[in-house]
Structures are given as structure tokens and as C-alpha cells.
Design a protein around this ligand. Structure first.
Ligand code: AMP
Length: 178
């Protein structure tokens, strides 16, 4: 018998709202219950990859930190490589850097300066798009390194924060919208 397939509603039921984390007024979308459940984890990765199956993606760029969880399985599904966009000061080698605003604060994001080869077709990936600031900064980094960003894929969109607008014309796909 084949394993059970998780539907969208059961994925949604495995995302836990944590009020006032990491600070008052933020409702944090906790994905750990979804990660705990094998069929949901598999379905989430499949749905993150699906819109890009025939798009010739060379590289998935995952955004710290939960983009590192979904990035490698999505990259494997797409036959692509994987690279990291990290918070400032975490990468060991030479980096390029962009500032961005968060739903809660401001920060900088970095990639290794050889993380993307010129002309590579890139999918940017994270668990949540809130204001879109982090993803937009990551797109700028990839483009600055000579990559072609084909799209951005997220498990969760907080639609009321309007994050898609920060990504302009870039195709954005999401699994679950709130
Ligand atoms: P933003 O740049 O505002 O789109 O924020 C996106 C980044 O912050 C992602 O890496 C998310 O993981 C994280 N994030 C922002 N808001 C939330 C939230 N309400 N719940 C969980 N993660 C969030």
C-alpha cells in the first residue's frame, strides 16, 4: 500500500500559531508540527518544487534558517544544487551583503561571492514570506552575482503584509496563504 498523501488542509492544521513570538504582536508560524509528520513533510516539499519542475532550475537558494530545511529536498526534486543565504557573520568565506527590513527588526543577509555562477537559473526559497524584505534582498544578491532568478517559492504567505509587492514582477508561488 502506498503511504498516505497529506492534503492542503492537513498541512494547514500542522502549522502552529505562536502569539507574541519573538516579540509582542507577532504571531509566529511554527512549522515544527508539520516537519514531525512524514507525509506532510513530503507533500510540503513536493508542492514547493512543483511549479518549477520544468523550469530548468540550476540552483535553489534557501534563506536562513528554515529555508535550509526545505531547500535541499526541493533541490533534489528539481535536479538542482543548493546554496545558502545567511544572516550577517555566519558564512566562513568572502561574501556579498544586502540590508533588509523584517516584520520584526532589521538585518543583513549574505551569500558567498561564488555561490552563484553567472547565468545560473535560480529558485529562491523560504518557509514564510511576510513583508518580503528578506526574499527581495536575497533576489538582489543572486542577481548581483549574475544569477537569473526564475521565481520564489514559499510554504506560507502572510498575505496581509503584502510581501509579493516587494518582489515586483518575479513569479511567486505559495503553498498556504493566510
Ligand atoms: P520578511 O522579510 O518580512 O518577509 O520575513 C521573512 C522571514 O522572517 C522568513 O525567513 C521567515 O521565516 C521569518 N518570519 C517573518 N515573520 C514570520 C512569522 N510570522 N512566522 C514565522 N516566521 C516569520
Amino acid at each position: 500500500m502506498s503511504p498516505p498523501v497529506a492534503d492542503l488542509q492537513s498541512l494547514r492544521e500542522r502549522i502552529r500559531d505562536v502569539p507574541d513570538f519573538p516579540e509582542p504582536g507577532i504571531v509566529f508560524k511554527d512549522i515544527t508540527p508539520l516537519l514531525q509528520h512524514g507525509p506532510s513533510l513530503a507533500r510540503a516539499c513536493e508542492l514547493l518544487a512543483e511549479p518549477y519542475l520544468d523550469r530548468g532550475i540550476d540552483l535553489v537558494v534557501g534563506i536562513e534558517s528554515r529555508g535550509f530545511i526545505f531547500g535541499p529536498p526541493v533541490a533534489l526534486r528539481l535536479g538542482a544544487g543548493f546554496q545558502l543565504a545567511r544572516k550577517r557573520g555566519k558564512l566562513p568565506w568572502q561574501t556579498v551583503r544586502e540590508k533588509y527590513g523584517l516584520e520584526y527588526g532589521e538585518d543583513e543577509i549574505e551569500m558567498h561571492r561564488d555561490a552563484v555562477a553567472s547565468g545560473q537559473r535560480v529558485l529562491v526559497l523560504d518557509d514564510v514570506i511576510a513583508t518580503g524584505g528578506t526574499a527581495a534582498a536575497t533576489v538582489r544578491l543572486v542577481q548581483g552575482l549574475g544569477g537569473k532568478v526564475v521565481g520564489a517559492s514559499f510554504l506560507i504567505e502572510l498575505g496581509f503584509l503584502g510581501g509579493r509587492a516587494a518582489l515586483g514582477e518575479l513569479p511567486v508561488s505559495v503553498v498556504l496563504s493566510y
